[in-house]
Design a protein around this ligand. Sequence first.
Ligand code: HPA
Length: 253
Amino acid sequence: MTSLDRFKPRVAVVLGSGLGGFADDVDAVETIPYGDLPGFPTLGVGSHVGRLVLGHVGPTKVAVLQGRAHYYERGRADEMKGAIRALAAAGCETLLLTNAAGSLRLDMGPGAVMAISDHINFTGVNPLFGDTGDSRFVDMVDAYDPKLRVALRAAGDDVHEGVYIWFSGPSFETPAEIRAARTLGADAVGMSTVPETILARQAGMKVAGLSLMTNYAAGLGGESLSHEQTLTVANEAAGKVRRLLRTFLERYS
Ligand code: HPA
């Protein structure tokens, strides 16, 4: 039995690019490097720390993941499988996924936040490739829990709602790909989150997703895109996102 199992968190939170500072808002009981947790990933993106913080936010017991592994790091969509299954096994009922994303909507500029209502998997891969048994046929209707979405929107000001499309990365999208994504019904684009949602739904967890817009997607804004810009804008907006997460978790019941 690990400390994660003993602690029995109710909500797990994955902190995306530039949002790792939220871990400081947790009244921490224990901080564990991923390397000490069976099944947790080895991380390859410098800004992702790779620690699990167990503690409280208000009355809510949480497990906060400071950093995630991405499909583009090793070409494996199941990088987060061990971590998500360990969280579910420890009794986590909800997984709150956060990420930095590009916006496809002009009314949702850099710094805006969006509660994810649904996703489009544009990569052609799935974290459950190779899984066996009937549980791999996961129902993805209402994958992002409607009630949690209402709670997320109520926890901040001007929280938008929309569809997240997953591109593999690590290169950013082309303007033609973004036009295609818009036609398909996407509102925000990013390189993460979707595999974790699929794994969490298979494991029976409820999922909430929050995207922080760090830029207009390729071809929509004037500027060129870079990871540095993602981190700069995410850091600027981090305070607002941290307040929203804190309010959501304090009210969680
Ligand atoms: N595309 C993909 N991922 C991203 C973006 C983007 O424009 N911005 C932040 N993460």
